[in-house]
Design a binder for this molecule. Structure first.
Ligand code: HEM
Length: 531
């Protein structure tokens, strides 16, 4: 604080008789004081990390830019600096599992950081928090208890048939490529057609039509794919700047964008496809509409019961949340699972196929129209322990989300993994780091080895599962966890049952673009499996 004050006084003093020289010196000294202040005056000097990171959040933007095609650099940073790394002037990342219990439980009172502001709606009018972004612990808790039941598989069970029809469409699209054999398939993209449509069904009982049209609708996939255009690359990096006042001004709270009502692509997409009639009818005559067993039912019910907590605008947020980040996260999970299994030693695929063939009846003729034979959730979630191990290993090694889950230490400070941390510090864990905890997962943490889940003793396995956190933690645990798993298990079981996959470029690794949701790119050739 004192150095900021000193810097400001000095700055004003120099500007008393402005010349180019004095203005230059004033600006430079102000910058130097700010960097110095950031590094030395936040009570975090004892924590190691890149020196530049301790001085400015620009380090994070640069890191996101230069490491955009690698896995989160936090893994390498923790390997270099140890269990606690200083990632910014007021930011610490923790690698030890003990830190999870000190940061994320409700009683620790740690709200999400301002990084999450970037996930708030863009467009005319004031920005609004949503269930994912909110820093208001109390509103979040009331809101979550109202809408949460809608996300449970018990509520969504009647949707299984509709999701099966979508999987059938995905198979028919892939059948066309498998029959030609020469066709190279962008598998992650085809999976995303499915996950988008499934998101539409779960949210509003309406697929968007990606699978039918077999193309990107309104350019939304291209728009949100990190790194696909200069603009969204810039936006993705700017999100890192949300911690910095300048970043918020340029990107997140840009007054020009708000003035001109520039709507972010996901928001525009969600608004376009919302079933407005249904919403209006149900709001006009509550209780008269049929039950759809979708998320919209639950949000409208919650709005009717508690309009002060769940406002009408929340249905748009519902669209935003479910349409884009969720469909991307599920796409990445299924794509990476398939990639890991076909890239791993053949014994993994053979064991998986053996298990699938012993439990799930194969279609008599996969090239026929018999595409309604999709294994049930009940079956895939209870009778396939090896598939379960493959999926857990995928989530462990390659989380769909790439961001650190940041929380703010309340005034008064906290003890985190034995370290005294001042109030106001941003503290976080990364799934990419936690999932590489050698005492829990073994020395070969970088190897894709599903067997580790089956060989572990019951106590060891319980600990491995406790630390497996691809869906986040505690009060802010992903609400769509069951939906995501439902899609991953069903699609993976069906695709491995029916197809042989060959990587188009077996000597290359898949292309990874590290964003908030990690994007992956790879092409395959497909063949139907022989009976
Ligand atoms: C494989 C798929 C998915 C993964 C890996 C995933 C991951 C996550 C993670 C890590 C968080 C917590 C973020 C934090 O604390 O900062 C989260 C929150 C959330 N996710 Fe997911 N997600 C997935 C699928 C879904 C689906 C399908 C939906 C909706 C249908 C969904 C809806 C939500 C919501 C509403 C939250 C906010 C919860 C809260 O703060 O109370 N997610 N997700």
């Amino acid at each position: 604080m004192y150095s900021t004050l000193a810097s400001t006084v000095f700055f004003l003093f120099m500007l008393r008789s402005p010349s180019l020289w004095t203005v230059g010196v004033a600006i430079l000294s102000h910058v130097a004081f700010t960097l110095f202040n950031n590094r030395y005056n936040n009570g975090l000097l004892q924590f190691p990390g890149p020196t530049f990171a301790s001085m400015t959040n620009i380090w994070r933007v640069r890191d996101a830019y230069i490491n955009g095609d690698k896995r989160p650099s936090y893994v390498a940073l923790h390997n270099q600096y140890g269990d606690v790394v200083r990632l910014g002037p007021k930011s610490l990342s923790f690698a030890s599992p003990a830190a999870i219990a000190d940061i994320y439980p409700a009683e620790k009172n740690m709200a999400k950081s301002n990084w999450y502001v970037a996930f708030e709606a863009h467009g005319k009018g004031p920005k609004k928090e949503n269930i994912f972004s909110t820093r208001d612990i109390h509103w979040h808790s009331r809101y979550r208890s109202l809408v949460g039941p809608g996300f449970k598989m018990t509520n969504l069970a009647p949707k299984e048939q509709e999701i099966d029809q979508l999987i059938g469409k995905l198979l028919r699209n892939l059948d066309a490529a498998a029959t030609k054999k020469s066709t190279v398939v962008d598998l992650p993209l085809n999976l995303q057609y499915f996950t988008f449509d499934a998101g539409g069904v779960v949210a509003f009982s309406q697929p968007y039509g990606f699978l039918d049209k077999q193309k990107d609708l309104d350019g939304i996939i291209q728009n949100v794919r990190v790194g696909s255009t200069h603009l969204n690359r810039l936006i993705a990096f700017s999100i890192q700047l949300a911690q910095a006042p300048l970043g918020q001004l340029l990107f997140d709270k840009n007054p020009l964008a708000v003035y001109f009502g520039l709507i972010a692509p996901p928001m525009a997409f969600a608004k376009k496809y919302l079933p407005v009639h249904r919403i209006e009818e149900q709001l006009a005559e509550p209780g008269k509409m049929d039950q759809h067993h979708d998320l919209l039912d639950q949000f409208l019910k919650a709005h009717q019961q508690n309009p002060d907590v769940v406002s009408k605008d929340e249905v748009v947020d519902l669209g935003l949340m479910v349409v884009v980040p969720a469909s991307e996260a599920v796409r990445t999970a299924i794509a990476v699972l398939i990639y890991q299994v076909i890239k791993a030693p053949i014994s993994i695929l053979t064991t998986l196929r053996g298990e699938l063939d012993s439990v799930i009846p194969r279609p008599t003729s996969p090239t026929s129209a018999d595409r309604s034979n999709i294994p049930s959730w009940e079956l895939v979630s209870t009778k396939l322990p090896y598939l379960d191990a493959c999926i857990k290993e995928t989530f462990r090694l390659h989380s769909s989300t790439g961001f650190n889950m940041e929380r703010v230490v309340p005034a008064g400070g906290a003890i985190i993994d034995g370290n005294v941390v001042p109030g106001g510090t941003i503290v976080s864990c990364s799934t990419w780091v936690i999932h590489r905890h050698k005492p829990t997962y073994g020395d070969d943490v970088e190897v894709y080895r599903p067997e580790r889940w089956l060989e572990a003793s019951p106590a060891q396995r319980a600990e491995m599962e406790r630390l497996l956190c691809p869906f986040g933690f505690e009060e802010r645990l992903c609400l769509g966890r069951e939906i995501g798993l439902f899609e991953v298990y069903k699609v993976a079981a069906t695709l491995f049952r029916d197809y042989e996959f060959t990587l188009e470029r077996p000597d290359e690794d898949m292309k990874i673009t590290w964003g908030n949701i990690v994007s992956v790119d790879f092409d395959v050739r497909l063949k139907h499996r022989q009976a």
